[in-house]
Design a binder for this molecule. Sequence first.
Ligand code: NAP
Length: 311
Amino acid sequence: MSPNSTPIKIGIVGVGKIVRDQHLPALAKDRDYQLAAAASRHGKVDAIPNFPTIEAMLDAVPELDAVSLCMPPQFRYDAARTALEAKKHVFLEKPPGATVSEVEALKSLATRNGVTLFASWHSRYAPAVEAARKFLGSTTIRSAAIIWKEDVRRWHPNQEWIWQPGGFGVFDPGINALSIATHILPAMFITSAVLDFPENRDAPVAARVAFRTSAGLPVTMDLDWLQTGPQSWDILAETDAGKMLLSGGGSKLAIDGRIVHEEPEAEYPLLYRRFAEIVRAGVSDVDLAPLQHVADAFMLGKRNVVDAFFD
Ligand code: NAP
């Protein structure tokens, strides 16, 4: 925070797992923010005023400068619109919305109202992502593979929204991989996809996606939500300078088996640094490439019905 700037008064909306795990600790340590209120139907944050809705929060605490919207993506647009129309800066959790066009509409609304919209992609701030981007930019890539396999029962227990239309299913973690891939690999587009839908759910539990870059480079993505035991959040690339492995969701970089970058993660503190920076600069940061790929996978993907899923 520069010596002359006052802290950004922020309200948090949709108090659930990610707010408790990441947003509250990151905000508590950042002197550029004052957490002034929260809005959630059931969740509460200690030691600040709590409200049942964003409308009630904005009425009661008009001095808020910004809001962080952390509810599931299907329920984020109305809250974002309300906040932008009230001329508040808006931080959107990932994915920024349930459709590409609603986020485009929010982007225009933010510009019209002279406030900042931030489509946050936390995995892009994982510690080894910039090193991977630099490495790939310095060599010729031959092919790449994204392997994102985790246990939904362990990471998303009893989250019904994630299985509903607009909840993204396995693309909820998969979009984190795409937020890294679209940052470190050349621009690409989907050529085929197969999505496995449990017979009792409206969102996929696994997906296999093939991409091609404009230079014809093949990129594959394998998403699986039923992975027990070791979890994989890896991006591999075959390059002229060796085999790259970006593992641990972007936290560790190895070239030909030798670790070249590893440090503790600080994704959410960095996200809030970035938000403060763009609020102070009066600009927005809304990259829709990861969301567009998910939309394309649903548009082009073959639907495969698999065994029912029970928590
Ligand atoms: P969550 O634990 O289910 O919390 C979301 C909160 O949003 C709920 O507790 C709920 O609080 C509120 N909400 C408002 N309207 C809702 C509705 N109609 N249905 C369900 N909840 C509603 O989910 P989360 O894991 O925090 O995830 C929220 C967002 O953060 C998602 O976009 C997710 O992709 C992202 N995210 C999650 C993680 C993670 O590890 N969990 C990591 C990074 C990003 P009230 O009932 O009090 O309103």
